[in-house]
Design a binder for this molecule. Structure first.
Ligand SMILES: Nc1nc2c(ncn2[C@@H]2O[C@H](COP(=O)(O)OP(=O)(O)O)[C@@H](O)[C@H]2O)c(=O)[nH]1
Ligand SMILES: [Mg+2]
Length: 652
């Protein structure tokens, strides 16, 4: 079986294209995962094919990447409007990183949306491989009525609902054809010395030789050939499918690509799992592709016996086992993760390029009942195993389930799976922002803890200095006690008490960056104890903090924003509006046409940054974030935060 991924922006006609490709010769079989990955099996040219169709939203990029893990080649489907080219940038980036041979298909050419040359030029800005036009349109007025293949130089006229008809190349198209053909030969000659020679010698190379070169340059992933058509009108579909059949590399090429990318032993690779999900009453279902022959139920894979294997298109049991190259469904193989590379003994990480984008949307899941509460964390942990775009954590302070997802659609799918498959009901809320407080001036305190209850009394007396520490230094403690006024053995208890006082300061937040010094004190030979000194220090430091002009501190994150360069102009304004600080920006060395923008942004503004970035970049820009430091925050803004989130007793 040969496998191809179809990917590209939303509404470019990917799903229509897959349906048309799969229906060229017979009836396709199709299955769809709850995450929207749709898989179609069909026959073409006497071979079995599998097309993986992914939703065209940026949240689904991870799904597209996982599909590439199992694909011999991919089709990037775009609309012919040059101004929409930027929407394809994330896909070009992912395809290039993966090393998957790619055919660019400009769909919807029945719609007058712009010139082919313009769309190719716009897309070229995001690809380091040359985009090589393999056909030119034949036009009547503004309408494209057919195409001429630049290698065979055969011209075709589209016919509604029927195969295209072979025609004479119209004189009006001849000049453009000639020009485009020379361009194609020139582009191909960069990768073929023989062809270069032929061109220099002004010889006309034979079509067969050119097809062979075109095919090799796609297999070696040096170029991206460009075809066009209209999926809904079935125009250009046969040409595209034939190109795939003749030019897409065999599964062995995928195998060595995966082994190379993951640093794995190619000979040992048996299977790549690309996607997993849970179904009610069935459990974990894994989509995988066999890289060797002879896999069947019971075969040792990833260290354990493979459960039952089924046809991916319709779930029928594969009694005879799985042939090399076949995409299959594995159930009752709970030990297998996805995506992963599997040898018979081991489970290996997929290549780094397949890592999902950093999850940007953080939410707290609140269980609906006590029963749900116990089930929720176990279920989330299980889901995170099969969904690398999901991160599960606990909220600081409350211990609630904090999840990071790719975005709102991902979150919705997740809650749906929780409810429908695992019967766990949840509601959601935003995480509590994390604030801290510190002090802005030193303060001294003399505190005596004394109690006489029943028999034994309690006595401890401490004199303390509380001072602001350097930013980032945290809590420090020392002592300058002279003459044993506080005996050595009680000093650790004083430190412990001081530390306890840091748990909640006068504004109601954890206190950071404070130095406490024990300077003097008194003890009682009978009534003093660790307990008493701890209490004295705790109460004393609390009192000192309340006299030391507490200030609110907010977290500041360091963000790395990834955007196509065309959007870079708007970033400074976005970051400034969020009271962030721009640290600089550079070209992204790893992705043509992309910039990397670094900034410091208040933690509370990260949600807003995600929103602003989405709207400024048509959903394409994304960022990764890491906590950087806490910084002071004053005035009205601070008061509002203290009133909403603080649990202190003392007003600011
Ligand atoms: N005019 C025109 N419409 C198309 C073409 N291909 C698909 N469509 C329409 O575009 C819409 C989106 O198609 P779909 O295949 O769902 O796009 P996807 O989001 O990329 O999967 C549907 O209404 C299709 O009928 C085409 O070649 N020409
Ligand atoms: Mg679709």
């Amino acid at each position: 079986m040969r496998c191809v991924t179809v990917l590209g922006p939303s509404q470019t006609g990917k799903s229509t294209l897959v349906t048309k490709l799969a229906s060229l010769e017979g009836t396709p079989k199709k299955s769809v995962s709850p995450y929207g990955l749709s898989l179609t099996e069909f026959e073409f040219g006497g071979e079995a094919w599998c097309a993986l169709d992914t939703p065209g939203t940026n949240e689904s990029l991870a799904l597209a990447q996982d599909s590439l893990l199992a694909s011999d080649a991919c089709i990037l489907c775009v609309s012919p409007a040059p101004e929409e080219a930027v929407l394809a940038a994330p896909y070009l980036r992912a395809i290039e990183a993966s090393g998957t041979p790619c055919i660019l298909f400009v769909n919807r050419i029945d719609e007058p949306r712009g010139r082919l040359r313009d769309i190719i030029a716009s897309l070229q800005a995001y690809s380091s491989h040359p985009l090589v036009l393999r056909q030119v349109p034949i036009r009547e007025g503004e309408t494209i009525v057919g195409h001429c293949d630049l290698i065979s130089e055969r011209a075709w006229r589209y016919r509604e609902g029927q195969p295209s008809a072979l025609i004479e190349l119209p004189a009006s198209a001849a000049e453009r054809e000639h020009e485009a053909r020379s361009e194609l030969l020139e582009q191909l000659s960069e990768f073929d010395d023989w062809l270069l020679e032929e061109i220099i010698e002004d010889r006309e190379p034979a079509s067969d030789a050119l097809f062979a070169i075109a095919s090799r340059t796609l297999k070696e992933n040096r170029i991206i050939p460009v075809l066009f058509g209209s999926a809904s009108h079935s125009n250009g579909i046969m040409r595209l499918m034939k190109a795939l059949r003749h030019e897409a590399p065999p599964v062995e090429a995928l195998k060595s690509r995966l082994a190379g990318g993951a640093g794995a032993d190619e000979a040992a690779l048996a299977t790549v799992s690309l996607h997993a999900y849970y179904r009610a009453n069935i459990g974990k279902t894994i989509l995988a592709r066999a890289l060797t022959d002879g896999l069947k139920q019971g075969t040792t894979l990833g260290g354990s016996g493979l459960g039952s294997v089924q046809e991916a298109g319709n779930g029928r049991p594969l009694a005879g086992g799985v042939a090399r190259g076949a995409v299959f469904m594995a159930v009752k193989s709970d030990h297998l993760p996805a995506p992963a590379l599997l040898t018979s003994a081991d489970v290996l990480e997929p290549p780094a390029w397949a890592a999902p984008p950093t999850p940007m949307l953080e939410r707290i899941l609140v269980p609906g009942s006590e029963r749900d509460e116990t089930k929720l964390s176990a279920t989330l942990a299980k889901l995170a195993e099969t969904d690398r775009g999901l991160k599960v954590m606990q909220e600081e302070g409350t211990g609630a389930q904090l999840i990071c997802t790719q975005g709102p659609v991902h979150l919705r799918d997740l809650c749906k799976t929780l409810s429908e498959v695992f019967r766990v009901e949840v509601s959601e809320r935003s995480p509590n922002p994390i604030y801290r407080e510190t002090i802005s001036k030193p303060s001294n305190v003399h505190y005596r803890h004394r109690k006489q209850t029943g028999g034994a009394g309690q006595f401890a007396d401490v004199q303390l200095i509380v001072r602001p520490n350097e930013r980032g230094q945290g809590f420090t403690f020392d002592e300058t006690v002279k003459g044993g006024t506080v005996p050595r053995n009680y000093i650790p208890a004083v430190e412990a008490g001081a530390r306890e006082a840091m748990e909640k300061g006068p504004l109601g937040f954890q206190v950071i960056d404070v130095a406490v010094t024990l300077t003097d004190g008194q003890y009682h030979s009978v009534d003093s104890s660790d307990f008493a000194f701890r209490a004295a220090a705790r109460m004393g430091v609390r009192q000192a903090l309340s006299q030391a002009s507490a200030v609110l501190m907010q977290p500041v994150a360091r963000v790395e924003i990834h955007i196509p360069s065309v959007f870079s102009g708007s970033m400074v304004a976005i970051v400034s509006a969020l009271k962030g600080q721009v640290l600089g920006f550079d070209r992204d060395e790893n992705a043509k046409g992309w910039d990397l923008f670094r900034a410091l942004v208040p933690g509370a503004a990260l949600d807003e940054l995600a929103r602003a970035l989405r709207s400024a970049t048509q959903g394409i820009g994304y960022f990764s974030k890491a906590f950087d430091h806490f910084e002071e925050i004053y005035g009205k803004e601070a008061d509002t935060i203290i009133n909403t989130h603080g649990s202190g007793t003392q007003a600011h």
